[in-house]
Design a protein. Sequence first.
Length: 158
Amino acid sequence: MAKHKKKTSKPTPEPEDSKKESIEEKPEEIPETESPNIADSAPTEPTTNLVESSEKDRKLNKLFWLRVGLAVIAGTIATFIFEDIEGEERRWASIAFMIIIFAGTIVVAKGMKMQLPSSDRKKIVTQGIGSYIFLYLFTWIVTYTLVHSGDASSGINI
């Protein structure tokens, strides 16, 4: 911050008078700041919380990648197991299959026995849900397109 010195002379009524008067300046006393105490800046969390936190993050990371892998596998499987179903029912059956697989990952996550605080309990459900849904749908659409591309008369044969 900028340090401003206070004027100790009386205010002058006219601007020309200020040039004539000398301004006495008193150095302002600046209070010394306290030196930082190393004991005060020490982390308040014991090292056991850091270990638990890293284990929690490792398990959440494992859950995320489990869901990503299952999304790709389940999307591919959905192409083949719902082959006999026609029309709108195929779409709803595949979405129901996606939800069932996701519910299975929730059961697996609870089996991991993650020590989550009460504010993070919903992370078991929300961890990787967007990636799971989009990868499942993407994989399902791409595998379905590749499997049935020879059936269409588009001129593209694989």
